[in-house]
Design a protein around this ligand. Structure first.
Ligand SMILES: [Zn+2]
Length: 99
């Protein structure tokens, strides 16, 4: 799994359309363990999701939830759209040598 795939999977997770298999979860965790930028993304999103769960004992109104998901995806694209591509190239050249 590369950064792009991980971000796509997370995007679908935020949308509520993703069902991760066990193998996918492991790939996900493997990538996260070695990729600091992706760790930051996941932490941000996890924080957002936990916050609204902790603050609201029942599901948010669908309208609000849709807006939250939309703004998450937008911030994501702004923050990582260009960055992911650069990071991927970098990773492909340097990663395997170190291990
Ligand atoms: Zn990554």
């Amino acid at each position: 799994m590369n950064c792009e795939e991980l971000l796509k999977a997370l995007n679908e997770y935020v949308d509520g359309t993703l069902d991760l298999t066990q193998a996918e979860c492991e790939q996900f965790a493997d990538h996260l363990a070695g990729c600091n930028p992706c760790q930051i993304v996941v932490d941000n999103i996890r924080g957002t999701i936990q916050l609204f769960r902790a603050g609201q004992p029942y599901p948010l109104p669908p309208e609000f939830q849709a807006r939250l998901q939309q703004s998450l995806r937008q911030r994501w694209r702004e923050k990582f759209g260009a960055f992911v591509l650069n990071h991927e190239k970098h990773e492909r050249h340097e990663k395997k040598k170190e291990i």
